[in-house]
Design a protein around this ligand. Structure first.
Ligand code: F6R
Length: 600
């Protein structure tokens, strides 16, 4: 949700800002802007649209060695040039970029800014106008900035330029990600280290409600009460090649293909030299001690949680509830006596999940985060973290993170079962290795899946996915993939549920994709397929080797029944991908979405 970059140094800043924003486009891409500051003042460029359009609009003849940039995912106000960041104060002295949502912007407007004329519909403009007002009182930018930050309620990551000071960039954050990158004779600011990895791999974390005074050769970190803070920088361990598409037309296709590699990486990371499972003993203890596990997540990660529930209950015999983060925050169920909360989040920044984490920490309950970004907010604020080792996921539609989440949950489930002394006929590493090979076989069958996408999904208005037990959990993910990137209205249903209402929507030619990978329900799901076919549906059955029938459209290799979701999701990801291509959709950056959802 919005990306921020800032630079202060001795080089021209435009390329660092534009390249950084390009890398942050996954966070939002409806409008963008940069402001650069030199002796002539601020030069501001804003566009409705993407970074490519911004690059074209920027005046490349302006030379400046400091600046800030922003790529937006609209919250307050439509995507437009006017609402795009950076925003400026009434006099034009202050220029600011912001990621997050200011909850008390109306109160601030009323109390401090009733005489100010606003030029945008954003909550952000309130911040920059407020800084100017406070500057009139304090006569000092750092003090005005600090006071303004103290007045803000909500989430923010902010970068500020002061026209009259070409040596300082002011930044602060609360609940939205922001890092300072350290260089020689320059420093940068970014929502994600990925944005500025080209110029530095040394980063300094900013904690919530801290501000940083960033100069060319120094960085001063302080709390909002003015107390100085010292913190060691860390090295960002991201391989820059992981952030490039290489020869792939889209990140999504690359990331689908990377899934077998990610499975093998997970096996390697969670296994010691004696082939024993390698997990932090404190995590083992925390899971074992729980009388109930509450999985909290959103979207695709929530779907991985549904699979995780069945893995943990079947292997470790601990009851598990899976909750949509945004619902749990406001409608908390009765909790057990010794709960453990597991947060599943690719980005580790999802605001809905974080809101729950904050609440349950207040209640004193333990929390484990399963994430692809170990230094992320959810990782830092939980007691324990399990890393997904999936590498950066750039496409907005999550693919490899979903399968990585399931693999890590499987390892956690078996590890807990073993710690509890339970007998299992399931060697997770061996079965994950088999699943990785199966995934590879599937990613080699793109032509067949492209043909199926063209036959079933190229022109349809809607589609249904049906499955039972483990297959049902994958159906909801398959439907989400299809709708988010191809804009086909798609729903995943439990096979037996369709006839309780939704079957009314089936008409001649409606695509129904059925998963049949579960032996104990194979007979029933096939019955459900007959029911929809009898009403005109165009049914596509995807079954597993050993359970297949002649008329099935696609057969996946045989894997352990607990791990079928890892494999059955791959054809659904590829069907969604090819359906989106057939419909001329922007696969990696679907409309209205952003990768990291940092607003509640
Ligand atoms: C869908 C998708 C989203 C995310 C959701 C949670 O493809 O990516 O549904 O899964 O926004 O994000 P994380 O996992 O970062 O918490």
């Amino acid at each position: 949700m919005c990306g921020i970059v800032g630079y202060i140094g001795n080089q021209d800043t435009k390329d660092v800002l534009l390249d950084g924003l390009q890398k942050l486009e996954y966070r939002g891409y409806d409008s963008a802007g940069i402001a650069v500051l030199n002796e002539a003042g601020v030069s501001l460029t804003k566009v409705k649209g993407r970074i490519a359009a911004l690059r074209e609009s920027v005046d490349h003849s302006v030379h400046a060695t400091m600046g800030i940039g922003h790529t937006r995912w609209a919250t307050h106000g439509v995507p437009s040039e006017n609402n795009a960041h950076p925003h400026q104060s009434a006099s034009g002295r202050f220029t600011l970029v912001h990621n997050g949502v200011i909850e008390n912007y109306l109160e601030l407007k009323e109390e401090y800014l009733h005489d100010v004329e606003f030029h945008s519909e954003t909550d952000t403009e309130v911040i920059v106008q407020l800084i100017e007002k406070l500057h009139a009182d304090y006569g000092d930018t750092a003090q005005a900035f600090r006071e303004a930050m103290r007045l803000l309620k909500g989430s923010y990551a902010i970068g500020l330029l002061d026209n009259e000071d070409q040596d300082t960039l002011y930044v602060s954050k609360n609940k939205s990600p922001l890092l300072v990158g350290l260089g020689e004779d320059f420093n940068v600011v970014a929502s994600d280290a990925m944005a500025t990895l080209k110029v530095t791999d040394q980063y300094l974390e900013i904690h919530d409600r801290e501000m940083v005074i960033v100069k060319r050769n120094s960085v001063e970190l302080q709390k909002l009460d003015g107390t100085m803070v010292t913190r060691e920088p860390y090295r960002a361990e991201i391989d820059p090649n992981d952030m490039e598409k290489g020869t792939y037309p889209h990140f999504m296709l690359k990331e689908i293909d990377e899934q077998p590699i990610v499975m093998r990486k997970i096996i390697q990371e969670y296994q010691d030299e004696d082939n024993e499972l390698k997990l932090d003993p404190a995590i083992r203890q925390a899971v074992k001690a729980a009388d109930r596990i509450y999985i909290i997540a959103a979207g695709t990660s929530y779907h991985a949680g549904l699979v995780g529930k069945s893995l943990i209950e079947k292997s470790a015999r601990i009851p598990v509830e899976v909750h949509i983060a945004s619902e749990f925050s406001y409608d908390m169920p009765l909790l057990s006596e010794n709960p453990l909360f597991i947060f599943i989040s690719q980005s580790g920044e999802t605001a809905d999940s974080r809101a729950v984490l904050v609440k349950i920490k207040e209640l004193g309950f333990p929390a484990l985060t399963i994430t692809n970004v170990p230094g992320s907010t959810l990782s830092r604020e939980a007691d324990y973290t399990l890393n997904l080792y999936a590498g950066p996921e750039i496409a907005v539609a999550s693919t490899k993170a979903y399968t990585a989440q399931i693999a890590v949950l499987a390892i956690l489930a078996v590890d807990t079962a073993r710690a509890k002394g339970l007998e299992l006929d399931f060697d997770p590493m061996q079965e994950l290795a088999i699943a990785a090979n199966a995934m590879e076989i599937l990613t080699d069958q793109k032509e067949a899946l492209e043909q199926l996408a063209s036959d079933y999904l190229a022109t349809t208005r809607n589609a249904f996915f049906i499955g039972r037990s483990a297959d049902y959990n994958v159906c909801v993910e398959g439907a989400l993939k299809l709708k988010e990137i191809s804009y086909i209205q798609a729903e995943g249903f439990a096979g037996g549920e369709l006839k309780h209402g939704t079957i009314a929507l089936i008409e001649d030619g409606t695509p129904v994709i059925a998963l049949a990978t579960q032996e104990n329900v194979n007979y029933s799901i096939r019955g459900n397929v007959q029911e929809v076919v009898a009403r005109g549906a165009n049914a596509m059955v995807i079954s597993m080797r050993g359970l297949e029938q002649d008329q099935d459209a696609f057969v996946i290799p045989h894997v352990h029944e607990l791990l079928t979701p890892l494999v059955s999701v791959v054809p659904l990801q590829l069907l969604a991908y090819y359906a989106a291509l057939h419909r001329d959709c922007d696969v990696d950056k679907p409309r209205n979405l952003a990768k990291s959802v940092t607003v509640e």
